[in-house]
Design a protein around this ligand. Sequence first.
Ligand code: ZN
Ligand code: ZN
Ligand code: ZN
Length: 327
Amino acid sequence: MIYPIRPCVHLYMELRWNPVAAEWVVVSAKRKERPILERESCPFCPGSSEIPDGDWDVLVLENKFPSLTMEPPEPDQEAMLPYKVKPSYGACLVVIYSPDHSLHLGRMPTSHIEKIVGAWSGLMERFSSDTKVKYVLVFENRGKEMGVTIEHPHGQVYAFPFIPPIIRREMEVSRHYFTEHKCCLFCDVVKAEISARSRLVYQNRSFISFIPFAPKMPYGVSIYPRRHVADLLGLNAVERHDLSESIRQVVARLDDLFKREMPYSMVLHQQPTDRSSSDFYHFHVEFFPKYRERDKLKFLAGVELGAGTVTYDYLPEEKAAELREVR
Ligand SMILES: [Zn+2]
Ligand SMILES: [Zn+2]
Ligand SMILES: [Zn+2]
């Protein structure tokens, strides 16, 4: 069930171009009023004023404080070289996973995660027909360590008017690899991981879940489809089921290993909405779990933030074995 997207006008919102990094920054000045964690009056539980009446399994709402909107104001700032500005066109949606306040992805039945995958696919389809939307980013932040203010299980979907830099870089790299090797980079990663085995965490007939050869985070599991498929809309029914089961398995294993709900960001990487990159780009899911040991958070600091270089103080194969053997 999708609740209609309401227009939202902020006091201040625009996209500003960072000419040094060559990337857009989404600027909006109304996010201070975000709600705080509160069990008593969960805005996502049935009965709340935020939630429309009626039965629902998975609910899509507009973020109450969106930084991208379908009717953005004109930018306030003058564009003077080397800067650029443009309106914050797009959408910030919330996907409430279920009416149940405590049913997170690691615990819910696979058949219910399939409904969430269906909602994500529906949004990809909807925004693919809007030529001003260039990219649909599906993600979940979980846990207060990730800045989440509402604990009711939910994810988010941003419809961007540009291709975000990490995706852009993956596209450049995989396009180049495709030209050079006449095959998909990600398909070659799947082959390498299946043959190495040591970094596999979980596999089923359509997907493998593994800690990458050179990971970004200590428990940063990736989920790749075995078949070459570039976005959510390319998945068949069996693959939607197997993706759902893979997500459930990865979250449950992180939780089991840490004996707590592991705070994380989960991000789906798919081709841009024009769907013209399906030769060389390959759908996948990346997890960014926040803990590196039971009682130690992983912080990004100078080397990561200032140089973009990951330092990994563990053996990826050992981290994969821990997650593989935990259940
Ligand atoms: Zn709730
Ligand atoms: Zn591929
Ligand atoms: Zn990726």
